[in-house]
Design a protein around this ligand. Structure first.
Ligand code: ZN
Length: 427
């Protein structure tokens, strides 16, 4: 489904549902708008349950101020208008009060988006608007003034976040990615280390274009078709479990000794379709499609490990707290973690761009997962289910370890217990 072809009313309802169900707004909080080609502003209404919003509830405000619809427009309508006036490049605005970003606004800090190359590329730096009365013209003026600095999002002091974009999908992805940054940074503050943002040189590494020669597949096997459905289902599930955001993360599965399927570059992870997936055969990509930028890394892993049938790379925020703080995640604390994940090596940022053997070589049946600093957790398995299970277990383990810091010292299990686990489950 092409989201941009939906009517603004349907785009707004679908996006609000997504924000509500991802836990980024309450029933009464948050508002979204789209400015269409006629200058009409489509905006969510005031005082309507955000959990059950329908297209008929959306309000249209004409350029002359005339309001059409069954409700009043959002009480924060004035700042939407002020931002569009200031930023003609914006066609959509997303505003809500997700707890992690509100925490930053209460601490009067902006989240650093340089924790991952993808988050920085999508969001850039975050602006900061001092407190003004909600719904007031003064609030609108100060937010618009901050957007005039050229930023794509503004944190509202003691209030929430506003993100803009040339489409609702872009504004939403910025909003969601900022929430991911905030949650990851808050979690990273509970590790022993500080979050380490990427330097300009490190960010530049991620800018290099990586194109593969192409080929036209002569046929699509039953196995390939089966895997297309599986990859779509598991990426959707990874998104719904908040192991991925809509703008980062990739997955692949082996079709045969020479061929694998991988997710495409740059599309919304919740809405991958089977035809979006890219077949890769001996270093060549299916023509007319752009594979994930990690395709060559996946290829190196499949070439080195015939036993690996699937690879996932994602950014679950608990694990990434360790990944951005440069601290290994200790899996020897919980039997399930150790059995599923064994020790997870921490690799330096940059290996994912060309140093593929440095990623492929440490993998083995006894090392099925790797954490690449400021990039992703990489899990492997004989099947997608196994790689997915490992991703989920890693995130639960990371969250458990992070929660413990609020309670007391971490008490690991001993070497004798680890030896016992190895003898029973891993020999
Ligand atoms: Zn608000």
């Amino acid at each position: 489904m092409k989201f941009s072809l939906l009517h603004p009313r349907d785009q707004l309802v679908t996006t609000m549902e997504r924000i509500y169900h991802y836990g980024m707004t309450t029933t009464s909080g948050g508002n979204l708008s789209i400015l269409d080609e006629n200058g009409d502003m489509w905006i969510t209404p005031a005082g309507v349950d955000k959990g059950t919003l329908r297209p008929a509830d959306i309000i249209c405000v004409h350029p002359d101020g005339n309001i059409v619809g069954p409700h009043k427009p959002s009480s924060e309508y004035p700042f939407h208008r002020a931002i569009y006036t200031q930023r003609p490049d914006f066609r959509a605005i997303v505003h809500a009060h997700p707890p992690a970003l509100v925490a930053f606004s209460l601490a009067r800090q902006t989240p650093d988006t340089r924790i991952l190359a993808q988050t920085h590329a999508l969001c850039g730096p975050v602006g900061y608007a001092p407190y003004r009365l909600p719904g007031s013209l003064e609030l609108g003026a100060i937010i618009a003034e901050t957007f005039a600095q050229g930023v794509a999002s503004v944190l509202l002091e003691n209030h929430g976040i506003v993100a803009g974009g040339a489409s609702l999908l872009t504004a939403f992805q910025r909003f969601e990615t900022l929430d991911f940054c905030a949650r990851t940074l808050i979690a990273a503050a509970r590790t022993h280390n500080q979050a380490q943002p990427l330097s300009d040189e490190q960010l530049a590494l991620a800018q290099q274009e990586e194109t593969l020669p192409t080929f036209a597949p002569s046929a699509h096997t039953g196995r390939e078709r089966e895997l297309r459905q599986e990859i779509v289902a598991f990426t959707r599930r990874a998104y719904q479990r908040q192991l991925m955001t809509s703008a980062a993360g990739n997955a692949s599965a082996r079709v045969d000794a020479r061929t694998f399927l991988i997710t495409p570059h740059g599309q919304d992870r919740l809405h991958f379709e089977i035809e979006d997936l890219v077949l890769i055969q001996e270093g060549r990509g299916e023509q007319g499609k752009t594979p994930s930028r990690m395709a060559r890394l996946h290829q190196a892993i499949y070439a080195a490990h015939p036993d690996i049938g699937a690879i996932l790379m994602a950014q679950p925020p608990g694990v990434m707290a360790f990944g951005v703080a440069g601290q290994p995640l200790d899996t020897r604390l919980i039997p399930e973690s150790y059995i599923m994940l064994r020790d997870i090596p921490l690799l330096p940022y940059g290996v994912q761009f060309g140093a593929w053997q440095q990623v492929a070589t440490p993998l083995s049946p006894a090392t099925p997962a790797l954490l690449i600093q400021n990039e992703a957790l990489l899990t492997t398995g004989a099947t997608l289910l196994q790689a997915f299970d490992r991703m989920e277990v890693a995130e639960f383990s990371a969250q458990a370890v992070l929660h413990t810091t609020s309670l007391g010292a971490l008490a690991p299990i001993g070497d004798a217990e680890i030896a016992e686990l190895e003898a029973k489950f891993l020999s």
